[in-house]
Design a protein. Structure first.
Length: 535
């Protein structure tokens, strides 16, 4: 077990902040070196904060726009605490002919909020952060080709320097137009959808009305927070003029870019970037429900809600309002990570981790159903990267009438797939690929992207418009996650996604059993075992 799991040594040394301690045997509660000396040659979090202050709260500020970040803490319960049952006698077999019982015949199609998905995934939401803008086309084209929804995140119009405003309302945003267009260019019109997420700042700027009327967006997702933080969207900008523009548009910018002393220090490179913060939204029930009605009156086909890893009572509050407003789906985001500049201590030390959060969501959903109220589709987010996690999150939510969780949302992993794909293409162009990679897989993208030939055949001459990063994302989602999910389901003898359920899982730890009610291996199938042997 690592030091991160055993004690709090990570408090004073963390890769996300680029800090280390001089010795490894640090204090269990403080993370400090037992002997702190005045001539220490390294920078721990305390010493770095003496120089850079609030910057040390954020993941490597100098890498903003070129990185994503996640929590670094053992929450004592995650998806590895569950095991998937394999089965010899499936009860959901479409046929008994073994020739037809092949894993490629497993259907992993799903629907969330009325939107069809070839794979039970949502991608996003990618807002005004530079990393989202930089890799948007790859993400959009890859999502469209895969056939899954993609969500444009918060503050895009407000941060777009080219946006046009009339009376404080946005009337045009080239960046938003680009994002919607990039998805629709390769969208088949049936699977997936492009959605736009709006927070309190977006509502003030009239983003809803703009994207609905001008860009014909059919999916709007209200934003109440995310797992990595509950304090609103944050970005950085190293452009003084842009910082001043953002302040004029009503955002909170720190330090104040209009103060002459601040401008002087920025030019002297005392600091290198400004922070832009969104306001913390205050939820008024009547106002919120009226806003949902307005969206529907404007013709929006799907209304979603994205909320964070808030306490259990707030989970109940969110689901109750989603039910009263007849919202189509709700995304609950566990405290794992983000694509922007979520404070590192907040990612690690606040919010409900994903598995615990889903357990509470399911309890609330069952209460709503018993009362006969509308239960929106659920999507879970928070650290998902592979098919086994997708299987477990959906199966955990099926008590016998079909799963409450219809989809899993992935945020950081699609960006990782795109970033790595782009980087290796660049290395190939510069003849700098690692030899162990090029010797095995080739030194040209058409060779080392295993799905390139398939996509070239599918899109013909249009293939030249597909960026290699999108090929990488498609390969990751289809040749890894989708195929892996099909194999896991076939091993469980389940041939449709809506048939996997809680009986397909066993809890490997007492904590997992107590949090979710999934039985431990020693108690699984007890009654069935006795029935079989007594027959």
């Amino acid at each position: 077990m690592s030091s991160v799991q055993k004690n709090s040594s990570y408090l004073n040394s963390k890769s996300t902040t680029g800090t280390v301690t001089r010795v490894r045997d640090t204090g269990c509660s403080s993370g400090m070196c037992p002997l702190c000396i005045d001539e220490c040659p390294v920078l721990c979090k305390i010493s770095m904060a003496a120089f850079r202050g609030r910057e040390t709260r954020y993941p490597a500020p100098f890498k903003f726009g070129h990185s994503t970040a996640a929590a670094l803490k053992d929450y004592r319960l995650d998806w590895s605490d569950f095991q998937i049952h394999t089965s010899l006698r499936g009860k959901s077999n479409p046929v008994l002919d073994s020739d037809a019982m092949l894993f490629p015949n497993v259907s992993v199609e799903s629907g969330v909020g009325g939107i069809l998905c070839r794979v039970p995934l949502i991608i996003g939401a990618y807002g005004s952060t530079e990393v989202a803008s930089r890799y948007w086309r790859e993400l959009a084209v890859g999502a469209a080709m895969t056939g899954v929804p993609l969500i444009v995140g918060e503050n895009v119009c407000g941060v777009d320097s080219e946006s046009r405003m009339t009376s404080g309302k946005v009337t045009a945003s080239p960046e938003m137009e680009r994002r919607v267009h990039d998805f629709r260019e390769f969208w088949d019109g049936k699977y997936g959808e492009i959605g736009v997420q709006t927070n309190v700042e977006d509502e003030n700027l009239g983003v809803d009305e703009y994207v609905i009327s001008k860009l014909e967006v059919n999916l709007i997702e209200r934003k109440w927070g995310q797992g990595a933080k509950g304090i609103g969207g944050e970005i950085r900008t190293g452009d003084l003029n842009k910082a001043q523009l953002l302040k004029k548009r009503g955002y909170i910018v720190i330090p104040d870019p209009e103060e002459s002393k601040v401008q002087e220090e920025f030019k002297r490179e005392v600091f290198h970037s400004f922070e832009r913060h969104s306001r913390v939204g205050v939820i008024d029930e009547a106002f919120f429900l009226e806003g949902i009605d307005r969206l529907k009156d404007q013709g929006v086909k799907t209304v979603g809600l994205k909320t964070g890893a808030y306490r259990p009572s707030d989970t109940a509050f969110a689901l109750k309002l989603a039910s009263k407003g007849e919202i189509d789906y709700v995304v609950f985001d566990g405290s794992e990570g983000g694509t922007g500049m979520s404070p590192v201590p907040m990612m690690d030390e606040s919010g409900v981790p994903t598995v615990y959060l889903e357990a509470w969501v399911l309890k609330c959903a069952q209460i709503l159903e018993k009362k006969g109220w509308h239960v929106p589709d659920i999507a879970m987010a928070g650290g998902f990267i592979e098919e086994s996690q997708v299987f477990k999150a959906i199966a955990l939510s099926n008590f016998g009438k079909g799963p409450y969780v219809k989809s899993v949302l992935m945020g950081r992993s699609p960006i990782t797939a795109v970033m790595k794909a782009n980087y290796y293409v660049k290395l190939a162009e510069e003849n700098r690929l690692p030899s162990n990679f090029s010797n095995r897989y080739g030194n040209e993208p058409p060779r080392f992207f295993v799905k390139a030939s398939e996509l070239r055949g599918r899109y013909g001459s249009q293939f030249s418009n597909i960026p290699w990063g999108a090929v990488g994302l498609y390969t990751y989602l289809n040749d890894r996650v989708k195929v892996g999910l099909q194999q896991l389901m076939a091993a469980a003898r389940k041939w449709r996604l809506d048939t996997i359920g809680r009986t397909d899982l066993m809890a490997l730890t007492k904590r997992a059993f107590e949090a979710t009610g999934i039985p431990l291996p020693e108690t699984c199938d007890e009654e069935e075992v006795e029935r079989i042997l007594d027959a």
